[in-house]
Design a protein around this ligand. Structure first.
Ligand SMILES: [Zn+2]
Length: 199
């Protein structure tokens, strides 16, 4: 499978509450997910770990042949909600109905969300709330999966594709959790189990 580290050095994504760029969180978590997948004897192709992928569709192009594309990100909230960012926490998963294997994408996202919940993590949910987030309707509400049809890495992938927001790093407490290697290992273990279940 292909494991994509979201963003790149020149545009590193969200800046966390403590001022650390999202790319560094994505890299740490993706490395842990890779290690957990390898424990399950799954072959992993890393994409973007050197921070040099500026063109989104090059990521999915270079994943051709993989049985799943999983993009690792960390979340923020809309600018006007940043002063209340500590209210928002949890993971989210996104899949595109424009992916040629949308059904399988959803199955994998649901499996990952279910394992994360079983490990004690909670879906953020706010992306489906028109008041607080961009309105991304639920594809699987229980497991925190949303439809995001125009998601580039979902739409341009030729294989099933899932985007994970591991946690909300503009929330100070959640950012501390995401920096904790033990928390990260538990997230990574749950993600790897979900991937194995759906593949
Ligand atoms: Zn991101």
């Amino acid at each position: 499978m292909a494991l994509d580290v979201g963003h790149f050095a020149a545009e590193p994504g969200v800046i966390s509450a403590a001022g650390r760029p999202e790319f560094e969180y994505n890299l740490d978590l993706a490395r842990d997910v890779k290690a957990e997948l390898e424990k399950l004897r799954m072959a992993v192709r890393m994409i973007g770990e050197r921070g040099d992928y500026a063109v989104l569709h090059h990521r999915t192009r270079d994943a051709v042949g993989a049985d799943l594309f999983l993009s690792v990100h960390h979340d923020s909230v809309k600018e006007e909600l940043l002063p209340q960012a500590d209210r928002f926490s949890g993971f989210s998963l996104f899949v595109s109905r424009l992916n040629p294997e949308a059904e399988k994408s959803l199955a994998c996202a649901s499996a990952i969300g279910a394992r994360l919940r079983a490990a004690g993590f909670t879906p953020s949910r706010y992306h489906a709330d028109p008041v607080t987030g961009a309105p991304r309707p639920f594809a699987d509400e229980t497991n925190g999966v949303h439809w995001y049809d125009n998601l580039a890495v979902g739409r341009t992938a030729t294989m099933p594709s899932v985007l994970l927001e591991g946690g909300v790093i503009v929330n100070r407490e959640e950012e501390r959790r995401m920096r904790d290697p033990e928390v990260r290992r538990r997230i990574a273990g749950a993600v790897a189990e979900g991937v194995r279940a759906c593949l």
